[in-house]
Design a protein around this ligand. Structure first.
Ligand code: PMP
Ligand code: GLU
Length: 392
């Protein structure tokens, strides 16, 4: 079978690959601890499950509007107003099969071959490959741990060319957990004012898993003057532990939403009708569970950062949110014979500590590992114990 050339430019998702590998080893009877997967280990709220059952019983099992049901769009509009102070109309919202599909369709709708996209790195594994898949060129702008993994306008200015069309932001970040402050966003907005041809996507899917000093701020509310070129991406996967339901949404300029709807109408059509009803239940339901989940993630974060820093050769900064620790193992790598980089270290840890983690290079940050703390404290403690003893 001859495959399309575009496939040669991309790799399978490293996060999903690590999760699959850990599951495979576990199924084969090995005592592997998976810290690869980035999905909450909590139950989907009852409000969502009950809404799904009610939708099935009411016969909501047919196609819906391609871009999402009226009820879900209203729930999203209410959420954007309640949590972010943002005002959107139904024509400025699209619902897709996960935030992942929103991002993909957005890129498909925006980029011509050769168009460049500024991707601050470390970034989520899928950003650069999604850009490549639609014929664009990802331009990675690296921000080191010394700058809390956050890019500055000066760095962006150095990377910009006449072909730059988009800047892809993600705060709190997967994999670093760092979040931009209002002032940092304002500095980026100042820079963007001088580049009117560059649009911005702001992936805010970890919004509710956040414990930073300042209250969480959406890029849209920090920079209202850029509204006509901002895309806000969010979904129910992380806030409501609904990764499997596959509901994400994008709020942005109507012309882009129309284009994305056209793409979706010729590819996947609407996201699952029952999952859309469940998302309405989650967004309208009791939000207390979100706070409890956030508190638990923060407790694990505080413990894990300290425990990682206690391992010789490992350094890890505390972060503002999400559920990943992103320590540097550079010094540890030098001390292990047969291991020369983070990818080999991840393999080595799987073999010698039976802990599955994602190599930092998959996110554009060699020398680091990503450890998901979306798992119980007991499991985390056991994982750290194993890593520590393997390294010593
Ligand atoms: N953006 C980021 C930064 C993510 O980590 C994820 C989860 N992998 C997504 C988007 C996609 O989430 P989903 O497709 O489950 O809505
Ligand atoms: N957000 C998760 C992760 O990064 C989910 C897996 C994925 O889609 O990448 O691990």
């Amino acid at each position: 079978m001859r495959l399309a050339e575009r496939l040669q430019q991309i790799k399978p998702s490293a996060t999903l690959a690590v999760a699959a590998k850990a599951a495979e080893l576990k199924a084969a009877g090995q005592d592997v601890i998976g810290l690869g997967t980035g999905e909450p280990d909590f139950a989907t709220p009852a409000s969502a499950c009950e809404a799904a059952v009610a939708a099935m019983q009411a016969g909501q099992t047919k196609y819906t509007a391609v871009d999402g049901t009226a009820e879900l769009k209203q729930a999203i509009i209410a959420k954007l107003r309640r949590d972010n102070g943002l005002l959107y109309s139904p024509a400025e919202i699209i619902v897709s099969t996960g935030a992942k599909q929103c991002l993909f369709n957005m890129l498909l709708a925006m980029l011509n071959p050769g168009d460049e996209v500024l991707v601050p790195t470390p970034c989520w594994v899928s950003y650069p490959d999604m850009v490549r898949l639609v014929g664009g060129v990802p331009v990675e702008v690296f921000a080191s741990s010394r700058q809390q993994f956050k890019v500055t306008p000066e760095q962006l200015e150095q990377a910009v060319t006449p072909k730059t069309r988009l800047l892809m932001l993600n705060s709190p970040s997967n994999p670093t957990g760092m979040a931009y402050s209002k002032d940092e966003y304002r500095a980026l907005a100042e820079w963007l004012r001088r580049h009117p041809e560059i649009a911005v996507s702001s992936d805010e899917i970890y919004e509710h898993i956040y414990w930073g000093e300042e209250p969480f701020i959406s890029f849209g509310s920090a920079c209202p003057e850029l509204r006509d070129r901002i895309m806000i991406i969010n979904g129910v996967s992380k806030a409501y532990a609904m990764t499997g339901w596959r509901i994400g949404y994008l709020a942005g300029p109507e012309a882009l939403i129309t284009a994305m709807r056209k793409i979706q109408s010729q590819s996947t059509s609407n996201a699952c009708s029952i999952a859309q009803a469940a998302a309405v239940g989650a967004l309208h339901g009791d939000q207390h569970g979100v706070t409890l989940m956030r508190d638990e993630f923060q407790r694990r974060h505080n413990w894990l950062i300290q425990a990682l820093n206690d391992i010789p050769g490992v350094t890890c900064q505390p972060c503002d949110g999400a559920f990943y620790a992103f320590p540097s193992f550079s010094e540890a790598i030098v001390s292990i014979s047969g291991v020369s980089d983070d990818a080999e270290l991840a393999e080595w840890l799987l073999e010698h500590a039976q802990v599955a983690v994602v190599p930092g290079s998959a996110f554009g940050a060699p020398g680091h590992l990503r450890l998901s703390f979306a798992t119980s404290m007991e499991v985390l403690q056991e994982a750290v114990k194993r890593i520590r003893s393997a390294l010593s």
